[in-house]
Design a protein around this ligand. Structure first.
Ligand code: SF4
Length: 401
């Protein structure tokens, strides 16, 4: 099975207030050290994987540069990365090679080099087409920058473009969100990701919201009900324009699904490199088992060579993952298929959980296929929690009552 590669570049020009990723603003002097460490990890991936009981095919059919803002790197640093990848892996001729891009960071010389290296898909972190909203969360671009980037990408021959949007930014209203979605549709990009604002203690805006304060425009963040409405409005508008939903947050025109992201949701093997990068490899010795590992989420620890955190995935955990990752997809989980992989006795263990969420209107079952309902997509984390062991017993008890 071909492999997916993820390369994390955790550097940004400024830190967005809502951002809970392991990224930051660093001096360029550190970039070369970071590339050194990435190259070292790429070279030793085979040795590392076999040491922890994992196995992989050297053929790669997808590479994804995320972060952070990968387009912040120098041209020579990109070239080093691509040379090291091609020396250590077999990149398929039709590989999907994506780079995340903050609008306004992809100048012509970078675009030229990236294309020569095989980059054929760009994911633009737009978040909002309303300049005031983008500025309120410290994004450095405006609507014109985004439209100009899309025009230049197309002129250069890259049409496989994703636009990211966030529902729940400060100052957002139904009307302003409608404008952002309309502008996205007008660009005719083939892939759109719609996220609802995450509120947690890992971002400055999240901490301020939790504290009930007013910094970072926190008091202008829409309430949860409106955010859910905005998300549903985007789902309806995109689907009506034939950009069909294939995952909770992802919408696509035919032929443009993200190959890399599908690997995560369908449990295909991938290797991640760099700060906070996650990997999953199939077990070399036990079918249906796997091993997951992740690099340190601190740049200092990563550069200091701190070890990866390794989590073996037992057959039972793999089954849980098949449920809660597969349910993210609109195609849902085929119970017959999953039984053929794990056996009907083990799958039956989830009958009560399935019955509970079906009864609650969060799951629907059509023949053998289990799917999240529209409401289930809004409450997906609660559903997924039900499929994780430890939760099953309490869920079952709740059903019995
Ligand atoms: S550009 Fe992306 S990774 Fe960087 S701070 Fe903003 S949201 Fe986070």
């Amino acid at each position: 099975m071909p492999l997916g590669l993820y390369v994390s570049v955790p550097f940004c020009r400024s830190k967005c207030t809502y951002c809970n990723f392991a990224s930051g603003v660093n001096s360029q002097s550190i970039f070369d050290r970071y590339i050194d460490r990435l190259c070292c990890d790429l070279q030793s991936a085979d040795h590392f994987a076999s040491g922890i009981g994992g196995t992989f095919d050297r053929t790669i059919d997808s590479i994804y540069f995320g972060g952070g803002t990968p387009t912040i790197l120098e041209i020579s640093q990109f070239e080093r990365l691509f040379v090291t990848i091609s020396q250590n892996f077999q990149v398929a001729a039709d590989a999907e090679i994506t780079i995340e891009c903050a609008p306004g960071t992809l100048d012509d010389s970078r675009l030229d080099v990236l294309q020569r290296c095989g980059v054929n898909r760009i994911s633009l972190g737009v978040q909002s087409f309303v300049d005031r909203e983008a500025a309120s969360v410290a994004r450095l671009h405006n609507r014109t920058t985004v439209l100009d980037d899309i025009r230049r990408l197309r002129a250069a021959g890259i049409s496989n473009i994703n636009v990211d949007l966030i529902a729940g930014l400060p100052h957002q209203t139904s009307a302003s969100w409608e404008f952002s979605v309309s502008e996205t549709l007008a660009t005719q990009v083939p892939h759109v990701s719609v996220y609802m604002l995450e509120v947690d203690a890992d971002s400055r805006l999240g901490r301020e919201l939790i504290a009930g304060g007013t910094k970072y425009h926190a008091h202008f963040v829409p309430d949860d009900d409106l955010i859910a409405d905005l998300y549903e409005m985007a789902c309806d508008r995109l689907v009506a324009a034939d950009i069909l939903q294939y995952e909770i947050s992802n919408f696509v025109r035919p032929g443009f699904k993200s190959r890399q992201n599908l690997k995560y949701w369908t449990r295909q093997p991938y290797l991640g490199f760099g700060v906070d990068a996650h990997s999953m490899l199939l077990s070399a010795s036990a079918p249906a088992e796997a091993v997951r590992f992740s690099a340190p989420d601190s740049l200092d620890q990563y550069l200091a060579g701190r070890d990866a955190r390794i989590t073996p995935v037992s057959r039972a955990s793999a089954l849980e993952e098949s449920f809660f990752l597969g349910l993210r997809l609109n195609q849902g989980v085929d119970l017959v298929e999953i039984e053929s992989q794990y056996g009907s006795d083990d799958v039956r263990r989830f009958s009560q959980v399935i019955a509970h969420f079906t009864h609650a209107g969060l799951l629907s079952r059509e023949s053998n296929v289990l799917r999240l309902t529209r409401r289930g997509r809004l409450l997906s984390n609660e559903v997924f929690q039900g499929f994780i062991s430890g939760s099953n017993e309490s869920q079952a008890a709740e059903v019995a009552l």
